[in-house]
Design a protein around this ligand. Structure first.
Ligand SMILES: [Zn+2]
Length: 436
């Protein structure tokens, strides 16, 4: 009996020692996400893997070796359009290793990192390929006109939440947040393109993931006057419905839903996959308190106007602007709002989110709020600031025709606009000069 027990213990110890060699990491699948400035390859793994990576030239290749790994499946049918990769090959190597070779269209700068299980995803190895020609990512972004003598347009950065590896919330019918918010974002983009004095820029313009910090960084590089992050999340209560608009809060979130959403949004990087090796320089910048406070104030103003217009399209989840610590709102100097268009977890919300007409209505409501904000608060130096309605205070000796000539409008226009019955002016009287 005693000897038997001893044998069992020894056997267990032995298995414990030998096990790691047996326990191969299984490559369960490979996914590719081409973005405008990088290509991402994601290996889905059964366990954490030891990997090494190196580049080869003529022709350009990347070699990825996985230790103690096997790939029982087949390579998916990759679509290599707009990707730095033109082919993927693999072979088993001596000593239980697995070698993947990426044939490339161009020389790239590779970066690799592993991700722990999160949500529906297990262990992952992520390979990001950046253009070697360009210095550190992100690449230089098209900037606004550099002619200082010319009034510029108001820049609106539109951020469709999630993307690529990160589907966001998923409705009961399988609607993915990342798809519907991109559709709404594109509709808003089109509307803003037609809006005088404004220009939209897309933070994400396809099915790929952009890290939360990169979203903030991109908006700042575009010198955006406003960042609008568009979402359609799930809440653990399926009855939760309606639209919400959020601004950044430093302290406690303003409701339980806000806390819950901030938590799930901020973990998007764990799902979407962002290496954490160069973290949080920006947050130090965030400590420039005065700038930040006025940014939050501005954000609040835009948010309130957007909320007012959303009321006509959707029920509101809360009747006021909510506050939560969403990482994507943490630009110290770019007013930023996050719009929860609807809860995708609510069946009615999901149905509406899929409808193109409802998406149009949402985009129009957002535009309404944004327009109202920038017409009342045009940033200095913008077209909107220079074409603002003016006021003229009548001084001694002013005549209507002189005033009209000065503002390049007709006498009739001033008369009509101010309800003047005669051409006689009173000193100190305020005349509104309409837009030309
Ligand atoms: Zn979301």
């Amino acid at each position: 009996m005693r000897a038997g027990l001893k044998r069992t213990v020894w056997l267990m110890l032995l298995i414990g020692l030998v096990m790691p060699a047996w326990a191969d990491v299984q490559v369960k699948g490979i996914r590719m996400w081409p973005a405008p400035d990088n290509t991402r390859l994601v290996f889905d793994l059964s366990d954490p893997v030891d990997h090494s990576l190196f580049s080869l030239k003529t022709p350009d290749r990347i070699v990825i070796d996985l230790k103690d790994a096997r790939f029982p499946g087949q390579l998916p049918d990759f679509d290599f359009t707009n990707s730095y990769i033109k082919n993927v090959r693999y072979a088993a190597r001596k000593g239980n290793a697995l070698r993947f070779v990426l044939d490339l269209n161009a020389q790239v700068r590779p970066k690799s990192f592993v991700l722990k299980p999160h949500g529906e995803y297990g262990h992952r190895l992520v390979i990001d390929l950046f253009d070697a020609e360009q210095a550190a990512p992100p690449k230089s972004l098209p900037n606004q006109g550099t002619r200082p003598d010319r009034a510029r347009e108001v820049i609106i950065a539109i951020d469709a939440g999630h993307g690529g590896e990160d589907p966001g919330a998923i409705g009961r019918k399988g609607t993915r947040e990342k798809d519907v918010v991109l559709a709404i974002a594109r509709k808003l983009e089109r509307l803003l393109q037609q809006e005088p004095g404004m220009r939209p820029v897309m933070i994400r313009d396809g099915d790929y993931y952009v890290g939360l910090r990169d979203r903030v960084e991109k908006a700042r590089q575009y010198q955006a006057d406003l960042l609008i992050s568009i979402h359609a999340d799930a809440f653990n209560d399926h009855r939760a419905r309606g639209s919400s608009v959020y601004v950044l809060s430093d302290r406690g979130a303003s409701s339980e839903a806000a806390r819950f959403l901030a938590q799930s949004e901020n973990s998007a990087d764990l799902i979407g996959g962002v290496s954490l090796d160069d973290k949080d320089d920006l947050l130090k910048l965030v400590l420039v308190d005065m700038v930040k406070n006025s940014t939050i104030e501005d954000s609040h103003d835009v948010a309130a106007r957007v909320l007012r217009d959303l009321r006509h399209v959707n029920t509101l989840h809360k009747n006021r602007v909510e506050q939560a610590a969403f990482r994507v709102l943490k630009s110290p100097d770019v007013p930023s709002i996050l719009i929860e268009t609807a809860f995708i977890s609510n069946p009615e919300g999901e149905r509406k989110l899929r409808s193109s007409r409802h998406q149009d209505a949402l985009a129009n409501a957002i535009l309404g709020g944004v327009r109202s904000y920038f017409h009342s608060n045009p940033p200095p130096g913008t077209v909107l600031a220079s074409s603002r309605p003016k006021r003229h205070v009548v001084s001694r000796g002013d005549t209507l025709s002189e005033i009209a000539a000065r503002y390049r409008v007709s006498v009739g226009t001033i008369r009509r606009h101010n309800g003047l019955r005669s051409d006689r002016l009173k000193v100190g009287e305020v005349l509104h000069i309409p837009l030309t």
